[in-house]
Ligand binder design. Structure first.
Ligand code: FE2
Length: 320
């Protein structure tokens, strides 16, 4: 869409993003998003790949129905688990000892009203100091954003005062002004300092590294002191090596859905990620950096989960 086709409010919002992000970042995002809106059938080589058919909603629906698993897989999407874990960080300031992060990922909110209600019920009353969301608010990778934003508005009162988020490969950069109007701080290769007295805990967030490859770690760490304890929010786990060498203490991410459809034992069929399978779910480490990949609270392609229940996660940070 050209600036001349937009209404005044959208034009002003995009001009503000242009000033904030710079021309190249915004242009890259909008260009790839417009390509996705126009996309017809993918090239033949892509359609011949088995992964393409495993991610085809109608085929998947039919296959699960024939196997008698469709209903169970749908019900599983509403059985959101609360996982609690303790993360020991040697550089954590004493003032942040015991700090809790509620981590949501891959919400895909516009999948339907039953899921939206289940997520609100799961999050309601879970005590935390800050909420972090590692992307994928929208169900599809293109199309309208209004329903996802409406569902986010309904969820927002349950997330607390401090909410930090990054965009995923399903999200449009056009969603950012509305998300920020709801009081989320969307980190687009940016960082913030959470403060307790004189102490600071730095949280950086990068734009999607999986599809858009719009992440920029150099910019994200720009205002973080070398001796500061720093967390990184990333939608996808792919830039884990670069993040570790940038000096992050902890990387929180999602994107893989833990496979979403898994073999017994939680073994993913597909992870949709270029990162090693060891990073497809749960806790991991690379060098001095710890990481955690959430299996996500939502589902995409189809509202199904097998052998991989959705989760919200509370990370309690401790010194050590
Ligand atoms: Fe996702």
């Amino acid at each position: 869409m050209k600036l001349t086709d937009m209404d005044d409010q959208e034009r002003a919002a995009l001009q503000a993003l242009h000033r904030r992000l710079g021309r190249a970042h915004l242009q890259l995002r909008l260009g790839l998003e417009d390509e996705a809106e126009r996309q017809g059938l993918p090239p033949l080589a892509q359609r011949l790949h088995p992964g393409y058919w495993l991610q085809h909603p109608r085929l998947l629906h039919t296959a699960l129905k024939l196997l008698g698993l469709r209903e169970r897989a749908r019900r599983n999407t509403l059985r959101i688990q609360l996982r609690r874990r303790v993360v020991a960080l040697p550089r954590l300031p004493a003032a942040f000892d015991g700090f809790t992060l509620l981590h949501l990922s891959d919400l895909h909110l516009d999948v339907g009203a039953a899921f939206q209600q289940a997520l609100i019920e799961r999050v309601r009353g879970v005590a935390h100091d800050a909420c972090v969301i590692t992307g994928d608010f929208r169900y599809r990778t293109s199309g309208p954003v209004e329903e996802a934003l409406g569902a986010l508005a309904a969820l927002r009162p349950h997330l607390g005062d401090e909410v930090l988020a990054v965009l995923g490969n399903h999200d449009s950069i056009r969603m950012v002004p509305a998300m920020e109007a709801l009081g989320l701080r969307v980190l687009l290769n940016e960082s913030v300092a959470l403060r307790r007295g004189a102490a600071a805990l730095f949280v950086a967030g990068i734009d999607d590294a999986h599809h858009f490859q719009a992440h920029n770690l150099h910019k994200a760490v720009e205002h973080i002191p070398a001796d500061g304890c720093a967390l990184l929010l990333s939608h996808a786990p792919e830039p884990y090596r670069q993040a570790a060498h940038c000096g992050f203490d902890l990387m929180l991410c999602g994107h893989t859905h833990g496979g979403q459809l898994c073999l017994p034992g939680g073994i993913p069929v597909l992870t949709c990620s270029g990162a090693p399978r060891a990073l497809a779910r749960g806790a991991w480490r690379h060098g001095a950096m710890q990481g955690y990949t959430s299996v996500g609270c939502g589902s995409s392609v189809l509202d199904v989960r097998l052998n991989c229940l959705p989760e919200i996660t509370v990370h309690t940070l401790v010194r050590g």
